[in-house]
Design a protein around this ligand. Sequence first.
Ligand code: PGA
Length: 250
Amino acid sequence: MTDRPPFVAGNWKMHLTRPEAAALAAATADAAQARPGVEVGIFPPYTLLDVVHEALDDSPVVLGGQACHGADSGAHTGEISAPMLVESGCTAVLCGHSERRAAGESDHEVGVRVRAALRAGLRVVLCVGETLPQREEGETDTVLVHQLDAGLADVEPAALEHVDVAYEPVWAIGTGRTATPAMAAEAHATLRRRLVSRFGDPGQGPRILYGGSVKPSNARELMHTDDVGGVLVGGASLDAESFRAIIESA
Ligand code: PGA
């Protein structure tokens, strides 16, 4: 396990106008300032990175992209590279979010992107999670281990201090259904065992975040579950008061 502070991360997905983004970023910076023992991050759409970066000013809130390409530049229409995120003020990036995997990002491609992000000096939040049919077929552990292995392929143990893993059961994302603390604990234990068996003592290595319909009413219990090092929040991160309440419960 790691003694890094809990990480509360907001994935804004494809939401918000520029004025809304500036206001929410400022409110999030305030909420983060009130809880210095909690690391807070936001992951806005690319076109809002500049306005959010400006609104965050010198706040310690981590700014991240929602994805990056595996190449530093090239003929990849519609994609953004890790160095471009750095240039836009980002210090982190999500890799392998299930909505990206559903749009065709393979396990192998996720690994390529993780390595590109680390090469550029970004912190990575590697997202993994099973679908409902996979859970019902008893394949959860196999899927998690496979996604973790592929996502961290060819990553040096020393780089793990720049990596967090987010367990996000696909059936819990945006559905209002949340994994029970027992389900989260079991999945996190599977991921932790695999990390230790592949990389040895993780030192300051990955926190394992939980994600999927996290809201103020369930955040505290989830965050006090064994080896839950924080939360990755979608919908509830778009509302300043909800996100503040989640930060306060960490
Ligand atoms: P949700 O999204 O909190 O809206 O379920 C979580 C995520 O996709 O990271």
